[in-house]
Design a protein around this ligand. Structure first.
Ligand code: ADP
Length: 274
């Protein structure tokens, strides 16, 4: 009997319906760098997956290939049954980068409205959705503010609202909170979990923080560099909801230890031939 009180009863893998299928994916850049090699992964609808690994192990490249921003060199990626980048509805995917990347001369409203404006919606048609997206991230009262008037954490919330305004099913987040202080980061972690649950999202979250990956995810994909590849795929048994109390549990500490050991072990996997 599923837990009716919770959107993701078993930590996100309840549906067991594949959303993303990566099969034998390679990415070699023109300069010969093999950023990703032989990556195969199935991500189900509703999962919260982290890509964890040191700088340069291909996390961003993998995310960009899933979104269609970068092409694959070999292999294939499908998202919701369509080859990556070829979905008839580009709104299916939201993307959040490490930098908030807001237009400094435009208000918060205008920044969040932008993706809908690019799809041809008038301000009037879009305004309810923009307001809804701002409410989702707790910024309903800041529609008229300018980015310079906001803190780093608030700017990142605007960036998340902008990604959510098209109502994506898949949210790709590339080290979104790396530049924020720890308190703000913890708060935003909770906000992302809340969005994930309330919106029924699938999230892929790139980070190099073991703690962040464990706190958020139902599954941690550990990657290693040179060449970038998957070395561990760890399903975390800890349930949801997760909150400040979870950080104090033995289960959290144990999961951090498990993931940390896997990450340390990545150094043993360096293939010196590449
Ligand atoms: P991560 O996100 O894990 O830090 P990246 O995916 O950004 O790693 O990069 C993986 C590897 O590919 C790195 O060695 C990086 O220098 C290289 N790389 C990334 N983008 C390019 C590019 N456009 N051209 C050449 N090499 C690149």
């Amino acid at each position: 009997m599923p837990d009716q009180s919770h959107g993701h009863p078993d930590g996100g893998r309840a549906g067991q319906t594949a959303l993303i299928e990566m099969i034998d994916v390679d990415k070699e850049f023109a300069n010969g760098t093999v950023a990703v090699r032989d990556m195969s992964l199935v991500i189900n609808k509703g999962e919260f997956v982290s890509f964890l690994g040191p700088s340069g192990c291909g996390k961003s490249t993998a995310l960009k290939m899933i979104s269609g921003l970068l092409s694959v060199s070999n292999g294939s990626i499908t998202v919701n049954g369509h080859l990556a980048g070829q979905s008839p509805d580009a709104s299916d995917i939201g993307y959040v980068f490490q930098e908030a990347n807001l237009l400094p001369w435009a208000t918060v409203f205008e920044n969040v409205y932008l993706p809908l404006k690019l799809r041809g919606l008038s301000r009037k048609e879009a305004s309810a959705r923009v307001e809804e997206a701002l409410a989702m991230v707790g910024l309903a009262k800041f529609a008229k503010s300018y980015p310079r008037q906001l803190s780093g954490g608030m700017r990142m919330r605007v960036s998340i609202a902008r990604a959510m305004v098209t109502k994506p099913k898949l949210l790709l987040m590339d080290e979104p909170f790396a530049a924020l202080d720890e308190m703000t980061r913890a708060k935003l972690n909770d906000d992302v979990l809340q969005l994930w649950e309330s919106q029924g999202l699938t999230v892929i979250f790139v980070t190099h923080s073991v703690f962040e990956s464990v706190y958020l995810s139902s599954r941690v994909v550990v990657m290693a560099a040179r060449p970038g590849r998957v070395v561990h795929d760890i399903a975390l048994g800890d349930g949801y909801p997760r909150n400040a109390a979870y950080r104090m549990t033995a289960a959290y500490t144990e999961s951090c230890r498990l993931v940390s050991n896997a990450l340390e072990g990545t150094m043993d996997h360096v293939d010196l031939n590449h």
